[in-house]
Design a protein around this ligand. Structure first.
Ligand code: NDP
Length: 445
């Protein structure tokens, strides 16, 4: 395989899809050696087949706002690869959504899902709809209109969407309600469902808890722990609150959260009450910043800034792709950061990752660290199929075990001669081998 040649071809075929090309580049770089050592992959054109989605559905969504005005958005589902199981991946609702972003997310999802040890392929979907500031009724009308198109291509053994940015329990409810009405059956076709109608315990916290367990394992390799560590987080959405809760429980002090407009620094650290307060703000109103600073005057808001300028031991970007760049990484390193774990998908730019690697700072990529979310989604699918519910302790134990096995796989394929674990390489190779070998077994299809 010639990585540059493949990337040049892809750039010609998909001009301007920069996030997708960035994600492909990272994976190809990691697997180049193992790919070239195994000529059966080249003979079956595994890479050429893997980098193109199986299919993409694009559709128009028309919906009415509360004043009776008509709005039009674009909807997508990228069914990337189903070699090891039904397509599986979230639905992102955000004005920035385009095909490049969904293809990058779908591509990453293939390897992440392979790492979970569960039988799930990779996919992703979404819309450029902006849920911010919309009423519940508007969200419901949009979600119903979205599902009126999507339902034709999904199913419990075909394609199982879930949440992502802008899609939480409320949106999954409205989408699942419409799916059920159209399909006339109760199947676990979406995950992240409410507990009363097929959801799994721990699913809302799973991405954040899983990332914390993974980071804990990374710390253990250095005989270290979260105890007494200062931790910087970004965002405060579906994922960040779970990280904040678990890291705090494990003895870390979370001093930052953020939004697109800036970050909050709380020198005393978050605690359970503060996290509950933030969650109540999020549930009732989109702005968390000014009420939080009013309630806890020791906290300070830094407008237009990112949390990576704060001195910390551990940085865990948890908001959006490319939110931590080379400059941010240099600042973190200058301030003595010891570990970095990406909880957002592709949260760090390639320049930032290179800096962490060159400075031998253990760095966990999103596809390993945040796999707990989709792992518990997989467990939700199992519970739906068996028509049983596992207890909180049972799900948490399985999540813990899955994250440990992902860490072991990264260690196996990513440990370098000097003992430094390159988690990016480890995760990419482990995920790739499973998918590529499955594709070989399944023939040219
Ligand atoms: P949410 O929409 O629930 O939360 C995103 C958070 O990030 C919000 O607090 C948002 O603020 C903030 N944010 C958005 N843009 C920026 C920005 N440019 N700079 C700083 N903060 C920003 O999304 P999720 O928590 O679901 O997803 C976060 C990340 O985790 C994404 O990369 C997602 O793909 C990934 N992920 C999510 C999983 C899940 O289970 N939900 C599973 C695995 C990965 P505001 O609300 O004010 O816009």
């Amino acid at each position: 395989m010639n990585v540059q040649e493949i990337l040049t071809n892809l750039e010609t075929k998909h001009p301007g899809e920069k996030e997708y090309l960035q994600a492909v580049h990272e994976v190809l770089e990691s697997i180049e050696t193992i790919y070239n050592e195994n000529p059966q992959y080249e003979a079956a054109k595994i890479i050429e087949r893997l980098v193109e989605p199986d299919r993409i559905l694009t559709f128009r969504i028309s919906w009415l706002d509360d004043d009776g005005n008509v709005h039009v958005n674009l909807g997508y589902r990228v069914q990337f690869n189903n070699a090891i199981g039904p397509y599986k991946g979230g639905i992102r609702l955000h004005p920035s959504v385009n095909l490049s972003i969904l293809k990058f997310l779908g591509f990453e999802q293939i390897f992440k899902n392979a790492l979970t040890t569960l039988p799930m392929g990779g996919g992703k979907g979404g819309s450029d709809f902006n849920p911010k500031g919309k009423s519940d009724a508007e969200i419901m009308r949009f979600c119903q209109a979205f599902m009126l198109e999507l339902w034709r291509v999904i199913g419990p053994s075909t394609d199982v969407p879930a949440g992502d940015i802008g899609t939480g329990g409320r949106e999954i409810g409205f989408m699942y309600g419409m799916y059920k009405k159209l399909q006339h059956e109760n199947t676990g076709v979406l995950t992240g469902k409410g507990l009363n109608w097929g959801g799994s315990l721990i699913r809302p916290e799973a991405t954040g808890f899983g990332a914390s367990y993974f980071t804990q394992d990374m710390l253990k390799t250095q005989n270290d722990s979260f105890k007494g560590k200062t931790v910087c987080l970004s965002g405060f959405g579906n994922v960040t609150w779970g990280v904040a809760l678990k890291v705090t429980e494990l003895g870390g002090k979370v001093v930052t959260i953020s939004g697109p407009d800036g970050f909050i620094y709380d020198k005393d650290g978050l605690d359970e009450d503060k996290i509950d307060y933030l969650l109540s703000l999020r549930a009732s109103n989109n702005d968390i910043v000014s009420p939080y600073v009013d309630e806890y005057p020791e906290a300070k808001f830094y407008p237009g800034k990112k949390p990576w300028e704060v001195k910390c031991d551990i940085a865990m970007p948890s908001a959006i792709q490319n939110e931590l760049n080379g400059e941010d990484a240099a600042q973190l390193i200058a301030n003595g950061v010891k570990y970095v774990a990406e909880v957002s998908n592709m949260g760090c730019t390639p320049e930032a990752i290179d800096l962490f690697h060159n400075n031998k700072i253990p760095f966990a990529p999103g596809k390993a660290a945040n796999a707990g979310g989709v792992a518990v989604s997989g467990l939700e699918m199992s519970q739906n199929a068996m028509k049983i519910n596992w207890t909180r302790e049972e799900v948490d134990a399985k999540l813990h075990q899955i994250m440990a096995s992902i860490h072991t796989a990264c260690e196996k394929y990513g440990t370098e001669e000097d003992g430094y674990i390159n988690y990016v390489k480890g995760a990419n190779i482990a995920g790739f081998i499973k998918v590529a070998d499955s594709m070989l077994d399944l023939g040219v299809i």
